[in-house]
Design a protein around this ligand. Sequence first.
Ligand code: PEP
Ligand code: MN
Length: 296
Amino acid sequence: MNNTNPGKDISEEDLLTKFPLAARSASQSNSVVEISDQVSFGGKNIPLIVGPNLVESEELIFQVAEAAIKAGANMLRGGCFKPLTFPYRSEKYFETGEDGLKWLHQAGKHFNIPVVTEAVSEDQVDLVSKYSDMIQIGTRNMQNYPLIVKAAKSGKPILLKRGYGSSLRDLLGAAEYILYNKNSQVVLCERGITAPHTHRSSSRFLLDIQVFPAAREVTHLPIISDPSHASFWSPWVPSLVNASVAVGADGIMIETHPNPMEAAVDPLQALNFSQLAKCADESKQVALAIGRTLGQ
Ligand code: PEP
Ligand code: MN
């Protein structure tokens, strides 16, 4: 046993005492997290989650949902409550709250795909779980334990994004809170971490490609990739999607917008619809090359 572990990486003791529920035991296979009859994470299929950063309007989410379905998406996502880095809101920079949740829900029903959206605070959990099939916990809230526990208790599957300054050990600690509160439906998400060099002044984070095989060694929980938030730069998204699939990601989340430069939030990271279609097609080939399938 390594008692000199500085607490960043994972020791044998951590697996036994810090997150025994999230840890993979020797004989254990991957957990499969089922979102609906058609969509599950952790199996042979790699679900494709597509959506705009913000559910800006009813029209936008229906337009995006249609393009997402055409690209073979299994799930629709979009933020209605946004944990924006800076407090200023404007006509271009807003949240749509419950209206957005209703539009997202309606689009999901119309196109018959499950939806995922974020709860930013404890008091939003009931509302978000009323309208969505999965609750996202954002990177800035990964260690907001009261929020995580409240979300866990909703009984909905949880998409837990890794804090951008957090280790895999911290992420599994947060996941353990969900499992400990009797919700076994946890999907982890790598969305980029802070690093000294990110290769462009606009790229705030670095996709940690090593976390996929690392997670596979220590946990049975599925882990997906969000290259849009990781790179903050749409031209890099398709190659990062392919790399994520190749390295073992159990799902892919891609941001899209009919006109990315007009997107209300994070315009640099969204693919337009033709870029999305091309990216999805390519990554399906990568999935096939490693004996998996991607999207529907
Ligand atoms: C998001 O998914 O829109 C989001 C805000 O992501 P993150 O928490 O990873 O920044
Ligand atoms: Mn975002």
